[in-house]
Design a protein. Structure first.
Lengths: 55, 214
């Protein structure tokens, strides 16, 4: 179970990096930023559940 | 008809001023405007919730100490809880910042709300940084030895010494949490006082927050 859960986020090795000109960023940081952007876009467009008592 | 007499004591004047600035129904409202029903307005309170988990898990770590958080299962758990609640805190705060930036949330006499939010953000970066310095592992050694040169070149190394574990621990668990917690409190009171910023397409008369006599 631990192995299964640890596999997708195994940090026990040298990090992978993306190089693009002067920009260098670890894949882990890039993934976090992309997830945050996705959350931001979803928050703008996903409908909000209706409350019981709205004025 | 005569105007009510102003209190003569400083406590009375402070109470009267606080009541004028933040009446109870404004301090703890039970309704919000209809435009608040969007997920983008949720990230502020998510940030606050994550901050509370950061404080509680950090408090447990402070009680038990580094031997416990490095060597026991429960210690590992609370160490990870502290780390991941900080990760969520920073992520939620940045998404909250993006949302408020694109709403131009400083409109309608809300400049102080915006400024206190920015100060919280900067203070949180400092708190997270000192947290990385006091992990008491090879990672913290690496970060502190890398950071010292940058900070020394900026001229702050004499009174903010990242190689001084005790000093960084005090910054992390006392000074910076006090400052960040206090400014977060001011930020929330400002949100209560001025209200949640409405969308830009609303009538400009609605955008201006009600005049509150200081």
């Amino acid at each position: 179970m631990t192995l299964f859960l640890g596999a997708p986020i195994d940090l026990n090795h040298v990090g992978h990096y993306v190089h693009w000109g002067v920009i260098q960023i670890s894949v882990a940081n890039l993934v976090v930023i992309l997830v945050m952007v996705a959350l931001f876009v979803l928050a703008l467009f996903l409908p909000f559940p209706k409350g019981r008592d709205r004025r | 008809m005569t105007a009510p007499a102003l209190p003569r004591t400083w406590t009375g004047r402070l109470r009267a001023r606080a009541e004028r600035a933040l009446p109870p129904e404004q301090l703890l409202p039970d309704h919000q405007p209809v435009y608040v029903t969007s997920w983008i307005y949720v990230f502020g309170v998510l940030t606050l919730a994550a901050f509370l988990v950061v404080l509680v898990s950090g408090g447990v770590l402070a009680l038990k100490g580094p031997q416990w958080w490095h060597r026991s299962s429960a210690g590992h758990y609370f160490n990870s809880l502290h780390l991941w609640s900080v990760e969520l805190f920073m992520a939620f705060m940045v998404i909250h910042l993006w949302g408020k930036f694109f709403m131009a949330a400083w409109r309608g006499r809300r400049a102080m709300t915006w400024i206190t939010g920015a100060v919280c953000f900067l203070g949180s970066i400092g708190t997270a940084f000192t947290g990385y310095l006091v992990q008491s592992n090879f990672d913290s050694q690496w970060i502190s030895t890398q950071a010292k040169d940058g900070l020394n070149s900026a001229g702050v190394g004499a009174f903010f010494n990242v190689l001084d574990f005790g000093q960084m621990l005090m910054w992390h668990i006392v000074l910076l949490p006090l400052v960040v917690g206090f400014v977060i409190g001011i930020h929330i009171l400002q949100v209560r006082r001025r209200g949640v910023v409405p969308p830009m397409q609303l009538d400009p008369r609605d955008v201006i927050a009600p005049e509150v006599t200081p």
